[in-house]
Design a protein around this ligand. Structure first.
Ligand SMILES: CC1(C)CN=C(N2CCN(c3ncnc4sc(CC(F)F)cc34)CC2)S1
Length: 490
């Protein structure tokens, strides 16, 4: 695997963001494949020098240029690249692995080389541990960083069939002549025995959100560049970002967007949307359309089995006080999770729903019930309908799962929220029956329980609602009990 070519070397020493973008453009547009190790070292070096107080070795001099980046010398990068190259080539005797396609043994061997060269114990969730710069200068990598390093290592060895597979909270690799082989190469979560070398489970874990019902993002080389750019972390500390690092990430994501490499990568589109919300670039689409593109991408390529596109969008609406829209996004997120079984590996998404249900929605209820405007969301039946759909999805997520989701801590905010809607508003919500069926996945074809798009009559709020008929629904018993309880109470 050759290192930089002459046209890349000519860009050094790197002093500003446009030059980094130019380097990535060269790597992404030329005929051979982009060099993952080199690009990860470059952005990792810049990120670390601007976010970590101790400017680790690469002889960083104070920026002399008016531009915003410390000067990055070619020699420093080449030394790091050849160090990575020598670690991998030195440890893997290619005579034992016939080409052209990788084998499980080869992938496991590369994973072992990375794994065994890491610092014995360190705080794994720390920021800035995702790049090869961190690996080569601090022998530390986070969960994603290990998976990325394995793919970069296989690229150095010439196995172009080994690619990164990404769920919303885990990473693994695919390989083989038909790219249909899978292997764990890193750990996940706290205190879980790693499953490195094993193929991705078809057992109970396959129904957990962690493996997105076998609809992960399967990266091309170019999408692996998008993953390393997405993994750039501009945070300086808990409250501040290093402005230049965020700008670099935003410019690189736009380059990848324009080249079409974000089309099948919903989270990268969401990341770009978040950056655009903070610092909108002239002549670019609104950030809300990026969140919509992420949702369309998940619906088109991943059978709508991803949650984050809806929480990116819901978070945006919430921050902009567009509460009716936020409820719809969160209800759509809940329609995704309802088809999964909750497992102990799903903590991250559990925390996401917990925060929405027990922090964000109660906050909205508080600020909305202070005023008495006729335009209040507390007067809108579709808001009530979407909240019920949101809660019902979480209840169904729990159904059939070995691990419970709900506990008493969920009930108080839940009842408090529902009881904020008057009976005349609640009465306008039509709960549509869906066929009751044990298997979760057959439900995704039966449509929603709360079909809040199925209205017949105009009502005062301008939306159209059917009068509630007497049909009982088979939503989760706890939701039905709650709505009944509210009716009795009022
Ligand atoms: C709506 C949110 C709470 C805001 N940020 C979210 N992110 C979700 C995770 N993020 C990601 N962004 C791009 N690619 C990946 S791959 C991956 C799994 C990891 F194990 F490899 C995570 C992730 C970025 C940040 S979801």
């Amino acid at each position: 695997m050759a290192g930089f070519r002459e046209i890349d070397k000519a860009l050094f020493p790197i002093k500003n963001i446009p030059t980094v973008v130019h380097l990535f453009k060269n790597q992404l547009e030329n005929s051979t494949e982009p060099n993952l190790a080199l690009l990860s070292i470059v952005v990792g070096a810049i990120e670390n020098s601007l976010t970590c107080r101790s400017n680790i070795s690469f002889q960083i001099s104070e920026p002399v240029e008016p531009s915003s980046l410390p000067i990055l010398e070619l020699q420093a990068v080449e030394e790091m690249y050849s160090k990575f190259h020598n670690i991998i080539k030195g440890a893997v005797d290619l005579k034992n692995y016939a080409k052209p396609f990788a084998t499980r043994d080869l992938v496991k061997k590369v994973s072992d080389v990375i794994w065994n060269s890491l610092t014995r114990s360190y705080y794994k969730d720390r920021a800035h541990l995702q790049s090869l710069y961190s690996y080569l200068n601090g022998s530390k990598l986070d969960c994603f960083g290990v998976a990325f390093a394995v793919v970069a290592g296989c690229q150095v060895l010439g196995f172009s069939d080994v690619h990164l597979a990404l769920s919303e909270d885990h990473a693994w690799v695919v390989f083989g002549e038909y790219s249909n082989q899978t292997a764990e190469v890193t750990w996940h979560g706290k205190g879980n025995e790693d499953k490195r070398g094993q193929e991705i489970g078809r057992g109970v874990s396959a129904r957990s959100w962690l493996y997105v019902n076998n609809k992960p993002v399967i990266c091309t080389r170019h999408m692996e560049v998008a993953a390393l750019v997405s993994a750039i972390n501009p945070s300086l500390n808990a409250t501040h970002d290093a402005f230049e690092v965020g700008l670099l990430q935003q410019e690189l994501l736009w380059l990848l967007y324009d080249l079409g490499h974000l089309k099948k990568y919903p989270m990268a589109l969401g990341n770009l949307g978040d950056l655009e919300e903070i610092a909108p670039k002239d002549g670019r689409v609104q950030c809300i359309s990026l969140f919509n593109e992420a949702i369309q991408s998940a619906r088109s390529y991943y059978n709508n089995q991803h949650v984050y596109p809806y929480t990116y969008q819901g978070g945006y609406f919430y921050r902009h006080k567009m509460y009716k829209e936020a409820f719809e996004s969160w209800a759509n997120a809940s329609d995704v999770i309802r088809l999964y079984n909750y497992s102990r590996d799903d903590e991250e998404i559990y925390k996401e729903f917990l925060e929405i249900a027990n922090e964000l929605i109660p906050h909205i209820m508080k600020v909305e019930s202070s005023g008495f405007s006729s335009n209040s969301i507390l007067k809108k039946p579709e808001c009530f309908a979407n909240l019920l759909r949101f809660y019902d999805g979480i209840c169904q997520w729990e159904e059939g799962s070995a691990t419970p989701v709900l506990h008493i801590g969920w009930a108080k905010p839940l009842v408090n929220t529902i009881s904020k809607f008057d009976s005349d508003v609640r009465a306008q919500v039509n709960i549509i029956c869906a066929d009751s069926d044990e298997d979760k996945h057959s439900k995704e074809t039966n449509g929603n329980f709360f079909n809040n798009n199925n209205y017949e009559k105009e009502n005062t709020a301008g939306a159209k609602f059917e009068e509630k008929d007497q049909s009982t629904s088979n939503v989760h018993p706890s939701i039905e009990a709650l709505t009944a309880a509210c009716s009795e109470k009022l």
